[in-house]
Design a protein around this ligand. Structure first.
Ligand SMILES: C=CC1=C(C)c2cc3[nH]c(cc4nc(cc5[nH]c(cc1n2)c(C)c5CCC(=O)O)C(CCC(=O)O)=C4C)c(C)c3C=C
Ligand SMILES: [Fe+2]
Length: 416
């Protein structure tokens, strides 16, 4: 965000209020350049300082290239007033378009009325857009009696079952709304969530949030596969951001899936998975490799030489993680994994409070996350070293089409 990014953007509120008409006005004022729609929703952005266009058929932050850092926030909605919630979603959308373009929110961080707090908190001034993406979702709680949305709850937005071994902390689980902020600069991601939370003051409150520092999956298979906290390459067999056929088959909700308002959207499962790092670090290399069914150095599946060779499941131990999670065991089901490593200091007993903040996008959790996690929870040898301690599921609406639209518009105004 350059210092010019502090410049107020007076046309923005007017643009939203003007609905579709705002598009032409936006182009005339130059705002159009800032928020140009993605023509190819999946195109990876190589320049880590660049801006990822906010508008498009799908929300950015799913198939777009995975950035280095994460700040994820789940919110409880504190108001019962439907109109107030809609106003907030419009304000959030306006702010999100500015933030992802590397601009300050509202009237900026300085130069406004000296007697009032500035609209923007200011810590991202001078920083680049850093490929910031902001991805918005709605949790099951939004469909209770408060907002008249009960008949709009997607059948696929199920409450996740309790899996064997779950040790979930309610304070790190659930949420009525979520925003996933990903960026190549942690300060940019944190600034975005902080400012959205600030805008929402009185209407929403952060229920829990999670910082992530190292991506554990990528959507760009030509790049080096990142490693997780256990030292293994993670994300080798992920869905690539340019694999439009698998994205359509496994990630994007189609028109015929219903409900209408979710077409072009997806479902997100978030799990905070704690790793028993110290125990893992005392485990032999052979046992570590047996647990995944892949080699630690190359990341090759057992029985093969190269990382990207097709796994041969029979060459792996029966209860190896990859063998149990493989699509062949689940009717071909796949998900787009987009998780991050986390380390939240130590736990008071001198053990690292670290692990994987697992994020997976899919077309229907009943076909993907739930059956795969059922199999893993029952038999995965990795379970000796991990514990699921937080959980949430969200419906991720389609992208914001243009400057006249807003997060959740289809949900609140469209057909059920
Ligand atoms: C329910 C879904 C999954 C959870 C939860 C999960 C946790 C988890 N995974 C790793 C490390 C690796 N996972 C790998 C592959 C892999 N994992 C899942 C699903 C879940 N993982 C799938 C669907 C796959 C791909 C299977 C395939 O198609 O072959 C790998 C191997 C490399 C790769 O393909 O990504 C690693 C390593 C950890 C550490 C973990 C919990 C902490
Ligand atoms: Fe996995």
């Amino acid at each position: 965000m350059t210092d010019e990014a502090n410049t107020p953007s007076p046309s923005r509120r007017a643009l939203l209020a003007a609905g579709g008409a705002g598009l032409a006005l936006g182009a005339a004022t130059g705002a159009g350049a800032v928020t140009a729609a993605r023509t190819d929703d999946t195109a990876p952005v190589a320049d880590t300082g660049a801006a990822v266009p906010f508008h498009g058929r799908h929300q950015a932050g799913i198939a777009t290239a995975v950035q280095d850092r994460l700040h994820f926030a789940a919110f409880d909605v504190k108001t019962d007033d439907r109109a107030a919630l809609i106003d907030l979603l419009k304000e959030w959308t306006e702010a999100a378009a500015l933030l992802t373009a590397g601009r300050a929110v509202g009237e900026g961080a300085y130069g406004g009325i000296p007697e009032a707090p500035p609209d923007d908190t200011g810590e991202a001034l001078g920083l680049k857009p850093s490929r910031l993406t902001l991805t918005f979702g709605v949790g099951p709680g939004l469909f209770d009696e408060r907002f008249g949305l009960a008949d709009r709850r997607p059948e696929a937005l199920v409450d996740l079952p309790k899996f064997p071994g779950d040790n979930l902390d309610a304070a790190r689980s659930g949420g009525d709304l979520c925003v996933q902020a990903c960026a190549d600069d942690p300060q940019v991601a944190v600034h975005a969530i902080r400012n959205l939370a600030r805008i929402g003051f009185g209407k929403v409150a952060v229920r829990w949030s999670q910082l992530g520092f190292g991506k554990t999956s990528s959507t760009t298979p030509d790049a080096q596969t990142p490693r997780n906290m256990m030292g293994f390459k993670d994300g080798t067999r992920n869905i690539a951001g340019n694999d439009t056929s698998n994205l359509a088959k496994h990630v994007w909700v189609s028109e015929k899936d219903g409900p209408d308002w979710m077409a072009g959207g997806s479902y997100l499962v978030a799990r905070r998975i704690r790793m028993n790092i110290e125990t893992w670090d005392r485990t032999s290399l052979k046992e570590q490799e047996d647990i995944f069914g892949r080699t630690k150095g190359e990341g090759a599946p057992y029985g093969k030489r190269h990382e990207r060779d097709e796994p041969e499941l029979r060459a792996m131990p029966e209860a190896a993680h990859v063998r149990l999670a493989h699509p062949d065991r689940h009717g071909g089901a796949m998900m787009l994994r987009r998780g991050y490593s986390f380390t939240d200091g130590t736990d008071g007993l001198g053990r690292l409070d670290a692990g994987l903040f697992f994020l997976a996008y899919q077309r229907d959790v009943r076909d993907a996350f739930i059956p795969v996690q059922r199999a893993l929870a029952r038999r995965d040898v990795l379970n000796e070293y991990i514990q699921h301690v937080g959980s949430a599921v969200f419906a991720i609406p389609p992208g914001v089409a243009d400057e006249g639209s807003w997060w959740g518009r289809e949900l609140f105004t469209g057909k059920a």
